[in-house]
Design a protein around this ligand. Structure first.
Ligand SMILES: Nc1ncnc2c1ncn2[C@@H]1O[C@H](COP(=O)(O)OP(=O)(O)OP(=O)(O)O)[C@@H](O)[C@H]1O
Ligand SMILES: [Mg+2]
Length: 222
């Protein structure tokens, strides 16, 4: 098991206090591709923020990769997250003026656990795996949406995290690119043993995931 969330309740205080997650408990395992689906506003993004340790303001507990997230100081948490969790979003947030290679290298340059040359070599390997080696030196704004999203996935993998959290990674892609990105995420789980948890509205995706979790009004139905 790579992650265990236990009895998570989440409240937002704006405009008045209201409960957005209700007693969510779930376990994620190594090598699993899990989709979270459900209506807009059902709490998918809120849950993913908590699972990816970006939001620690919740009731309940979150254990992942040997840590009790709430017991970490904010510096410990930042370091832990950079090292152990990769993120992919609907809007990939690549830096447009940086080239593809530089974008992928960025999280590793922040972590500083390898030399720049080592990071570059690792980024090139990832580019090869996503079939985009030829585009390494192109500025990221000159890529198609699907290519940008594949680069965003490579960027999420550069620090070799075991857990990848993706919020609607195919949200603004056409069918062909959606399939390509989905296959890439699936490959990461099946061939690299990583765990991917993603929010999606796409039935083709959640039906073809290893496991699909439905959210209804802040409750999960496993
Ligand atoms: N920062 C916030 N402050 C107050 N309420 C919020 C905040 N963020 C989200 N909410 C509310 O929490 C609920 C869940 O939102 P969330 O973004 O998790 O839904 P979602 O399932 O990801 O929806 P979508 O499919 O549209 O992305 C919604 O009712 C939303 O209005
Ligand atoms: Mg959302």
């Amino acid at each position: 098991m790579i992650l265990e969330a236990t009895h998570i309740n989440k409240y937002f205080k704006d405009p008045e206090r209201h409960q957005v997650l209700h007693d969510v408990s779930l376990q994620l395992h190594d090598g699993e591709l899990i989709s979270v689906y459900g209506e807009s506003g059902s709490g998918k993004s809120t849950l993913l923020y908590i699972l990816s340790t970006l939001d620690t303001d919740f009731d309940g507990s979150l254990q992942t990769q040997g840590r009790d997230i709430k017991s970490l100081s904010s510096i410990e948490l930042t370091n832990f997250r950079n090292e152990h969790i990769g993120f992919v979003y609907q809007f990939h947030y690549l830096l447009p003026e940086f080239n593809v290679l530089q974008n992928i290298m960025l999280p590793a340059m922040k972590l500083r656990d390898r030399t720049k040359e080592e990071i570059k070599a690792d980024a090139m390997t990832l580019l090869e795996e996503i079939g985009m080696k030829d585009l390494a030196f192109r500025p990221s704004y000159k890529l198609s949406g699907g290519q940008q999203q594949r680069v965003a996935i490579a960027r999420a993998l550069i620090n070799n995290p075991n857990l990848i959290v993706a919020d609607e990674p195919t949200g603004n892609l056409d069918q062909k690119n959606t399939e390509m990105v989905f296959e890439l995420l699936k490959d990461i789980t099946e061939n690299k043993g990583k765990t991917v948890v993603m929010a999606t509205h796409n039935p083709k995706i959640y039906k073809n995931s290893h496991r699909a979790i439905e959210m209804i009004d802040g409750f999960v139905r496993l």
